[in-house]
Design a protein around this ligand. Structure first.
Ligand SMILES: [Fe+2]
Length: 351
């Protein structure tokens, strides 16, 4: 245990050195100092990005990688966790209300409360397993699940440590402003992000509360294009994504953050910066065109407002090592979706 922890800390430091980020001699008070005396430089604002925690349908249990991820978050002490969805294991008509309540209750005691007790808030996003927006005959197919999710998150709203800007349709779509960060959450819990929501997104991004000094993130569960094998098909990516991509570029969105494809990939789609998060829990997938299953992972975002720069570090929850960007293919292509180019994980934000 001690040996593997030392190894992890050493690897963390080694990666930081290779990126030229490390001052190993004297860590500033805001830096995390490790057993070796080295430090991973901490941004003035630090965010942990997680997604896809759920187990099999109806399960109230979380996999060991979720527990490992929570331990890592405790170690890294972010200001806030951004969760791109699939926190419980719904999307099954036969699940009863009491089963749905039990799953949310387990999420609260296993995930949310331990974070809040450390002073780490959370921005949630509804995934298809939480509150799918899929419709049939103009009705929500999973209306009960949406109702349960809404009830649960309404009860948590004042505990999350968030400064809401527009929360009229919380928890499905809302905007928040946190120090250094402006986040708009959209309901991409199915492939349909309708015209009304796109108009709302446009208004939310044009908010007077948004500062040009903020890093602007839009977060939705489904991605804008295909990332992983088995998910490169209709229903698994947002429809008419190029319209949404144009909209985000027009409004200078720094990052679109998604889950659902269970594979980490920092990409660029026609000039728009995207980040597909790995699964924290079960079911990691293979990236398009690759043979190896992605590791479960979480991503750390450090913000440096003085230089308006961001550094992303993604940790494998199998090895607890940072994953090398060079281990990812330079491009993801599929027959039916736009090609995605790999991008750098250190970038500038704001206007
Ligand atoms: Fe999903």
């Amino acid at each position: 245990m001690q040996t593997s922890r030392r190894l992890f800390l050493k690897l963390l430091a080694t990666t930081a050195i290779s990126r030229g980020l490390l001052n190993a001699v004297q860590a500033a008070p805001h830096q995390k100092t490790f057993a070796s005396g080295d430090a991973l430089e901490r941004g003035d604002h630090r965010f942990a990005l997680i997604s896809d925690l759920n187990g099999p349908y109806g399960s109230t249990l979380y996999s060991p990688t979720v527990a490992r991820g929570l331990d890592l978050i405790s170690e890294l002490q972010p200001d806030l966790v951004l969760c791109a969805g699939d926190m419980v294991a719904g999307q099954k008509i036969s699940l009863t209300d009491s089963q749905l309540e039990a799953m949310w209750s387990s999420f609260q005691s296993t995930i949310l409360n331990p974070l809040l007790q450390q002073g780490i808030g959370m921005i949630p996003t509804m995934g298809n397993h939480d509150a799918s927006s899929q419709k049939g005959a103009s009705q929500y197919v999973f209306a009960r699940e949406r109702h349960q999710a809404e009830r649960f998150w309404e009860r948590q709203k004042s505990r999350l440590g968030l400064e809401f800007i527009d929360a009229k349709q919380y928890p499905f779509q809302f905007s928040v402003q946190q120090p250094g960060l402006f986040v708009v959450v959209i309901d991409a819990s199915s492939a349909k992000v309708d015209r009304a929501q796109r108009q709302w997104l446009e208004q939310a991004l044009a908010s007077e509360s948004r500062s040009s000094d903020d890093c602007c993130v839009v977060m939705g569960h489904l991605p804008l294009t295909a990332i992983s094998q088995g998910r490169d098909r209709a229903g698994e990516c947002i429809e008419d994504a190029m319209h949404l991509t144009d909209l985000m570029q027009r409004h200078r969105v720094d990052l679109y953050l998604s889950g659902h494809h269970h594979a980490w990939y920092p990409g660029e789609l026609k000039g728009q910066r995207l980040l597909s998060l790995g699964a924290m829990g079960n079911g990691p997938r293979r990236l398009l065109g690759t043979q190896r299953t992605s590791d479960p992972s979480l991503t750390l975002l450090d913000l440096f407002p003085a230089t308006k720069t961001v550094l992303e570090t993604t940790f494998s929850l199998k090895t607890l090592e940072p994953i090398s960007l060079n281990s990812l293919p330079k491009q993801l292509s599929s027959k039916s979706f736009p090609t995605l180019d790999r991008r750098e994980t250190s970038w500038s934000y704001g206007s």
